[in-house]
Structures are given as C-alpha cells and as structure tokens.
Write a protein that binds this ligand. Structure first.
Ligand code: ZN
Length: 501
C-alpha cells in the first residue's frame, strides 16, 4: 500500500508541476510579457495543459486509486491519506467522464469564442458572438450530460466549482436573499446620493500601492511567499504554497480601485498561503470551492476593509499619505464614500448591497439557456428586462448589457457565477463565527491588529485546503448547514446605520 501511495503522489506531483509551470507562464503573460510573445505563449500553455491532462486521466492513475480504496476505507474520513485518495478520486472521475475529444473540441471552440467576444464587445456587436454562444450552450449541455443522474442540467456544472451545490438549493438561497435585498436597495436609493468625490481626486500610483501593501502585510499576507504586480484584471495565482502572488490595477483618479482589489486578492492569497504545507503539490493543496474562496476574499475586503473600526485606525494613516487630498475630508465622509450604494449596470463596479442582484440575474439566465426555456436570440432582451425589474436600469447597449462579462464567452455557460454570491453569504457566516469565538476581534481591528482573526481562519478554514467540501466545512465551523441570516443581518446592521433606515 505504502508503495502505491508513493507512486500516486509522485504522479500527482508531476502533474502539479506542469500545471504550476503553466501558471507561471500565464502570470508572465498578464504582467510583463511583450505583446510579440502572445502567439507562442498560448501554444505553450495549451501544450502543458494537454500533457498534464493526459497524465492525470491515464488509466494507471485509476488503477492506483482502485487499489488504494480499501486502505482509504480503513482510515478515518479526515485522515490525510484518506482525504487525498477521496479528493483525487473525485477529480479523476470528473475528468475521465468527459471524453477527451469533447473536451478538446470545447477548448478549441472556447478560445475562438473568446477572441470573437474580445472584438465584439467594444463594437457592441451581439450578432457576431451569438452563434458562438449557441455552440457554447450546446457544449455545456453535452458536458453536463456526461454526468447522468442530475436533477437539473446545470447541476454538474455548478458542482465543478461548488461541490454539492445544486441549481435548486442555490435558487432557494438566492430567492430568500433577493427578497431581502430588493426592498433594502429601494429604501437606500430613495435617499439623496452619497457624495464620493473624495475618492476621485489625483492619487499617485506608487503611494496607493505602498499603502495597500502596508495593510495586507498587517493582515498577514506573507511577502516572503508572495508578491504583488500590476495587471489589466486583478487576480491571485499560485505556483506552490511557498509562492502565492496577487495582482492589482491602479486608477490614479479612483482611490478605491487598487486598494479594495488588493484587500480582496490578499484574502484569496492568505487562504492559499495558510494551507497545510504537507499538501503542497497535491490535490488537497488548493482552496476547496469557488464559494469558500470568495468568502475569504470578501471577508478581508468588506467585513474588515470596509468597516468603520478598521478605518478608525487606518484613516489617519491614509490622510498622512495623501494630505492634499484628504486632510479636510472627515472619517465619516470617507466611510460613507467607500460604502456608497447605487444602482449600476456593471457587476464588477457594484457595491456590497447591489452586487448580488447582478449575480442572480446571470445565474437565472444561464439556467434558462441550459434548460432551453430561453434562446440565445432572446437573451439580450431578457437581460434588459431583468435589469429593469431588479435594478430599475436599462443598459444603453449590449456592451454594458449582455456582453459585459467574459464568463459565457470564454468558458462554460453554467456554474461560473453562483460562487460570488455564495462567497458573500459565507463571508458573513464565518466572520460571525469568528466573533462568537473571539468577541475582542472588533477592538483589535480598531487597533490595526488582525492576528486573532487571521489565526481563527487559519485554524478553521485555511489549513484544511480541499480536505473538506464547502458544506462539510460550514457544518464543522457552525454546526449547521449554510444559512443566509448572518449575511442579511450584516447588511441590515451596516447599511441601516449608514443610511439611517
Ligand atoms: Zn475573488
């Protein structure tokens, strides 16, 4: 058994090396690569991805997993070896059930679709992408059908990124949340608009970056095992547990852009940096689901980084960094500006309160596309109708309507959006639980100290990597299944106070 386990680990490590090498290439492509490198780089990354995939779906891996099953069954569920075998088995089944010819055809299509979208969006040309989107819907259905026994055709696709979640359970959570959000948005937006001009002044880039880095160092992001660079779209990437990087983008006339994306990505990165080092290079050495991952980024961005206590400590420092811009702006004005709620058309610019409405719209529309109850031709109008209904707005064009997010044009239709809102819901759940365990956390945040909160997350979430599914993790931490109540309470308390509701 020991020899077989060693062989499995050797194979998995080799596959992880290939994937991480590809991640380095991707990081380089989005940070420093000259544009002339683009064509070869795309090919290099797809070569590495193909070899890694072939090595993983090798029947020899399946045989090793079969042989090791009785050993896994003899161990406690949360034993490292049992968990490694369980999680690898799940990944193996997932990747071998989809025929590699179908997968290859889909990736090829997806790359073309992305190219067409990248050109069509600035040109506001939905007709150009519609045939590609139709094919993507067809491929998404075909891939879902490789996993028979589902209740809803989207279930297998949702399961890829948020294991154990189903269309029905997500729909139920979202319906409950929507009921609470719509009246909240209404009563907030009925008031006079908050003035956030203080954020829109000239803020030199180097000072913005330095300030954000000071904050995340205090949070507990380890710069000896990470770094920050600039990209077009902020993200977190990992080459090993000893090298977890983040990127950001800076707008010199918008203080919130770089700052909050830095806090957000540091949350993703601290999660990965906190995983048990012995899982490095193994399937256990990754965050467990997109919802859990997003909960960690949102927690540090919002529950901490947009809280009043946090800024009671940091605002004087921010004022000292930008005296010309902020010396005469009060803490209260600044706090209101960074938490301004407004109806808007663009998901990625949306505030905490309206953000989830954007996600729900996409989630419902993609389910309808997969079910076949909505056609690709009718999608733009369905988009407008839902925006009018939920946010009272209609995009002037497709660019800021149905063409705004890359997800449907560079990946599957289905499964890519629910994680954002699940993450918001879970962030409040976990933060609540940390406060119950350590009621002194808010006092510490007000002193710029994050050690207790970071240690609680490390202990309860980070260290486990993928050992537990999201639902298991939530059960372990809270003793109950996922509930939206802490999130609703959080929004009502915070925005009730801010907008005197
Ligand atoms: Zn994120």
């Amino acid at each position: 058994m020991e020899k077989k386990l060693q062989e499995l680990k050797m194979r998995l490590l080799e596959i992880s090396d290939l994937n991480n090498a590809s991640a380095v290439l991707n990081w380089d492509q989005t940070t420093y690569m000259p544009s002339g490198g683009a064509a070869a780089r795309g090919r290099q990354m797809s070569t590495l991805a193909r070899i890694a995939h072939e090595k993983f779906v090798d029947p020899a891996v399946g045989k090793l997993l079969d042989d090791l099953q009785s050993y896994a069954d003899s161990l406690p569920y949360d034993h490292d070896d049992a968990s490694l075998i369980r999680v690898t088995r799940r990944n193996y089944d997932q990747q071998t059930k989809v025929p590699s010819t179908l997968l290859a055809a889909f990736f090829q299509h997806s790359a073309e679709s992305y190219q067409v979208w990248a050109k069509a969006r600035p040109e506001n040309d939905y007709t150009a992408v519609a045939p590609y989107l139709q094919k993507t819907v067809d491929y998404s259905r075909q891939i879902a059908e490789c996993f028979p026994g589902y209740d809803h055709i989207a279930d297998p696709l949702i399961d890829f990124s948020d294991q154990d979640m189903k269309a029905e359970s997500v729909r139920a959570l979202f319906a409950e949340l929507r009921q609470a959000l719509i009246p909240l948005v209404k009563s907030i937006t009925a008031q006079t608009e908050v003035d956030d001009n203080c954020l829109h002044q000239p803020y030199p880039e180097n000072k913005q970056l330095a300030f954000g880095q000071e904050v995340i160092k205090a949070y507990g992001y380890d710069f000896n095992r990470g770094r920050q660079d600039k990209t077009h779209h902020p993200y977190m990437t990992k080459f090993s547990l000893g090298d977890v990087r983040i990127t950001t983008r800076v707008k010199e006339n918008d203080l919130s852009e770089a700052l909050f994306s830095t806090l957000h990505e540091s949350g993703h990165a601290m999660y990965e940096q906190g995983i048990d080092m012995s899982y490095d290079g193994m399937p256990l050495g990754n965050g467990t689901s997109s919802g859990i991952h997003e909960s960690q980024s949102r927690l540090w961005e919002n529950q901490v980084g947009r809280s009043r206590v946090f800024w009671q400590h940091y605002y004087p420092q921010l004022q000292a960094t930008f005296p010309e811009q902020l010396a005469s702006v009060s803490l209260d004005t600044f706090y209101r500006a960074i938490n301004k709620v407004q109806r808007s058309l663009i998901r990625t610019d949306a505030d905490e309160v309206t953000y989830n409405l954007h996600v729900m719209i996409r989630f419902d529309l993609e389910l309808a596309l997969l079910e076949g109850s909505l056609s690709v031709a009718d999608l733009p109008e369905a988009w407008h109708a839902r925006y009018e209904q939920d946010l009272g707005l209609r995009a002037p064009d497709h660019r800021d309507g149905v063409l705004q997010d890359v997800h449907w044009y560079g990946g599957l239709v289905g499964g890519a959006f629910q994680g954002y809102t699940l993450g918001n819901i879970m962030s409040a759940l976990f933060f609540d639980q940390a406060l119950k365990a350590h009621p002194n956390i808010p006092t510490e945040l007000g002193q710029g100290q994050f050690g207790t909160l970071h240690a609680w997350l490390q202990q309860n979430i980070y260290q486990h990597g993928s050992k537990f599914t999201a639902n298991e993790l939530i059960e372990r931490v809270t003793g109950a299944p996922l509930t939206i109540q802490p999130y609703i309470n959080y929004l009502h308390t915070k925005y009730g106070e801010l907008y005197k509701l």
